[in-house]
Design a protein around this ligand. Structure first.
Ligand code: SAM
Length: 228
């Protein structure tokens, strides 16, 4: 039998509050404290489910400093959960440094299966999902050209996170580097009231989103160079 878990990584909804597992709710109730990227956002989530527990800030700006203290508390026997603002911690969110430090310290870590934005976007795209790469956010300036050049010959399906105000620029750049006829899919506001899944060539998608003000959260899925 495996040892009891001391750090639970707990995915939370990416929009629709019904998208949380029964186990996630139980764990959030039972742990000694919850490490949260934003205590206000997670506080609202806990309130929604009627859960009272202690929230401790754990974000990009303090994680280097707080990890040692957290590991010490877990070594002393505490059990905690890590949540991010939405989706799965450590996926384009803080988390992996803590997970790595816990593993190195012999602390049992368990990530619960649950919501993350790239999986429904990939599946909704209808683009080959047998092999794919997750790129997350592209660098804004330095390294962007190098990354896009490297990706132009990538044969696997590619998944990107993007902000609404950069979407059209990114789609246009993809058309430039990957070819304007390359097939892609843009998922916006997944699991929310105004969810949109737009599919077509990069040229068509750039024109579609260029014709309106783009709002909400976005995942872009692009077919690989073999175009499956
Ligand atoms: N940890 C999260 C996950 O597991 O997907 C990702 C966090 S990252 C800071 C936030 C980005 O995820 C957004 O900018 C967007 O690209 C994507 N995202 C999150 N929620 C989304 C949603 N409901 N619809 C589409 N994209 C979403």
């Amino acid at each position: 039998m495996r040892p009891p878990t001391q750090l639970y990584v707990v995915p939370t909804p990416i929009g629709n509050l019904e998208d949380i597992t029964l186990r996630a709710l139980r764990v959030l109730k039972e742990v000694d404290f919850i490490l949260a990227e934003d205590t206000r956002t997670s506080g609202n989530l806990l309130k929604h489910y009627g859960i009272e527990n202690k929230l401790v800030p754990h974000h990009l700006f303090n994680e280097h400093k707080t990890i040692e203290g957290i590991v010490d508390r877990l070594k002393e026997g505490a059990v905690c959960a890590l949540v991010s603002d939405a989706g799965t911690p450590a996926i384009s969110d803080p988390g992996y440094l803590l997970v790595r430090a816990c593993i190195q310290a012999g602390i049992t870590v368990e990530c619960l299966p649950g919501p993350t934005a790239f999986v429904p976007a990939l599946v909704n795209s209808g683009i080959a999902s047998d092999h794919f790469i997750f790129e997350g956010f592209l660098p804004h300036k330095k390294g962007r050209h190098t990354r896009l050049t490297l990706l132009s010959t990538e044969e696997k399906t590619m998944v990107f996170y993007e902000s609404p105000h950069r979407l059209v620029k990114t789609l246009s750049q993809f058309a430039e580097y990957f070819g304007e006829e390359r097939y892609a899919s843009v998922s916006r506001e997944l699991s929310k009231l105004f969810e949109e899944n737009a599919r077509g060539s990069l040229k068509e998608l750039a024109a579609h989103f260029g014709a309106k003000t783009v709002k909400g959260e976005i995942v872009i899925v692009v077919a690989g160079a073999m175009g499956k």
